[in-house]
Design a protein. Structure first.
Length: 279
């Protein structure tokens, strides 16, 4: 699931690149970061990479940010990118691991089998002095099929039914300050706090200072130190379903596959006074 830049450059040099591999830049930033990921992509990206717009590959009718698209919408998005079901998808972000796990999860959610994340992102690619590009690849549309796997997805009703259940644990990947209601939420109109009975394991604890995923042993140690229960289903949540996917990816790396991502996350749960919260 993780691919190193050194292995990716071997594929590039062996000209396997155009046969089956599609590279996607899935960089995304919070509104208060005031960065334009598509502009950054245009200025600098891995050769032949396409831009995967998280705010476009979503349910365009939802009032929540970048929620899961319908099957037909995802198919349309993938066909516009020229992606086929047999392509090996390799995803990266500008700043290390970044938001690439969100795109990884969407592909897994809709049944795509061969999906990888570039460990360290674009910075890892540039670090080994390999080509970069400002050229935007012309795309030829493709035929794509998708089937939503509900086992990887948690909705509002699932949270309501699970936060008091012994069969589920809810893990919040936001910062500790946001989890405890100390820090302000980056989106207006949201209450402070967290879903009742959830535990807090901030997503960035799984990523080192250079933007690489930590080792499997380190992931397991972190989970054990945070009283993580390996035997029940995990529901991963965050601010809007982006960094929750970092936790989901980390769990997949260590072979734990009974997890779901709460798509609406705090953007949905923290919006309504009807939803119970804790501080």
């Amino acid at each position: 699931m993780l691919i190193e830049a050194s292995d990716l450059i071997k594929l590039y040099k062996n000209k396997i690149w155009h046969n089956n591999i599609i590279i996607l830049d899935a960089s995304w930033y919070l509104p208060n970061q005031k960065r334009n990921p598509f502009k950054e992509y245009k200025n600098n990206h891995i050769p032949h990479a396409l831009y995967f717009d998280i705010d476009k590959v979503c349910n365009i009718e939802s009032n929540l940010p970048h929620t899961v698209p319908t099957e037909s919408q995802f198919i349309k998005n993938m066909e516009e990118l020229g992606i086929g079901n047999k392509n090996h998808i390799i995803i990266y972000s500008y700043d290390g691991i970044g938001t690439s796990p969100r795109a990884w999860w969407l592909f897994k959610l809709f049944g795509h089998q061969n999906v990888s994340i570039l460990n360290g992102g674009l910075k890892a690619w540039l670090k080994i002095s390999v080509p970069e590009s400002k050229n935007i690849l012309k795309v030829t549309s493709n035929i794509y099929k998708a089937k939503l796997n509900n086992n990887l997805l948690a909705l509002h009703k699932d949270i309501t039914n699970s936060f008091n259940s012994i069969n589920y644990q809810i893990v919040d990947a936001r910062s500790t300050g946001r989890f405890k209601g100390i820090d302000e939420e980056p989106r207006p109109g949201l209450r402070k706090g967290h879903i009742p009975n959830s535990i807090n394991i901030p997503f960035n604890i799984f990523i080192d200072k250079n933007g690489y995923f930590i080792t499997k042993k380190e992931i397991i140690n972190i989970l054990e130190n945070n009283k993580f229960n390996f035997n029940i289903t995990t529901i991963s949540t965050c601010g809007s379903g982006i960094t929750a996917c970092v936790l989901a990816f980390a769990l997949s790396l260590i072979g734990k596959n009974n997890w779901q991502v709460y798509d609406g996350s705090w953007s949905e749960w923290g919006l309504s006074e009807k939803n119970l919260i804790e501080l």
